[in-house]
Design a protein around this ligand. Sequence first.
Ligand SMILES: C[S@@+](CC[C@H](N)C(=O)[O-])C[C@H]1O[C@@H](n2cnc3c(N)ncnc32)[C@H](O)[C@@H]1O
Length: 249
Amino acid sequence: MTTEPRPALRRNGDADWDAWPVAEYLAENYRHMHPCDVGVIHHHSGFYRQFAPGSISRSLELGAGPNLYPLMLAAGASRHIDALEPGSAGRAYLREQLERGPEDTWEPFYALCRSLDPALPATLEEALAKVHVVPGDAGDLVDGRYDTASMNFVAESVTEDFGEFTALCDAFVRSVRPGGRLVASFMERMPSYRIGSGPVWPACPVDEPALRAVFAPRTVALRTSRLAKDRTLPEYGDTGVLLLTAERP
Ligand SMILES: C[S@@+](CC[C@H](N)C(=O)[O-])C[C@H]1O[C@@H](n2cnc3c(N)ncnc32)[C@H](O)[C@@H]1O
């Protein structure tokens, strides 16, 4: 009897993150607000509202990509936000938004963020003025550098190797000082996926027990919840979105 060899797991370094299809990704996910964005924004806004306005000196957005709303959400509580991104296309988009002004399509996202958190600056431009685009990936993080860290659709969307997913989550936790706080979102049970008709990007399907198994030994005050599958998005094969808050002990 012969068996087909199992295809090798695609690891983070196997994908060309410089070639991330920013325009198609924005078109599929962020040109207008989807129900899952509303859910993530409500969740993350609640996290940031626990802090006095301007009381966080340094925040991280890990694997920022071209998504501006996690950056907006941090701008009420945080005085300085590092948007760490390994991909040149994602960084170029972010820099353009900061230097030339954000595209109008982001305004409804900011209106929602500000309606939930009046500590946010009056304009989106003022909020984004706190953002610094930093080249690099999770492997470049310095232990304990940040007071808060946020990660959205990254650890489970950039590798097929569960060990590497775990290492990425570990680096995320260790990026904050002891007592530092974490907020994150993950696609639930998403297999490797395509954006438009482009190449397949590596992903690692995770559910709530898997997330708890990774974060419980590394954090305290761990809270997870989920959002129902968003059928207004393209079919990525996911079953919803997982949300997380925690603290580094
Ligand atoms: C699915 S996108 C999510 C982008 C964005 N955070 C969002 O909310 O839409 C995954 C992002 O992770 C970035 N990435 C890939 N490998 C990474 C790594 N090892 N460390 C940090 N970010 C990584 C990619 O370049 C890409 O921007």
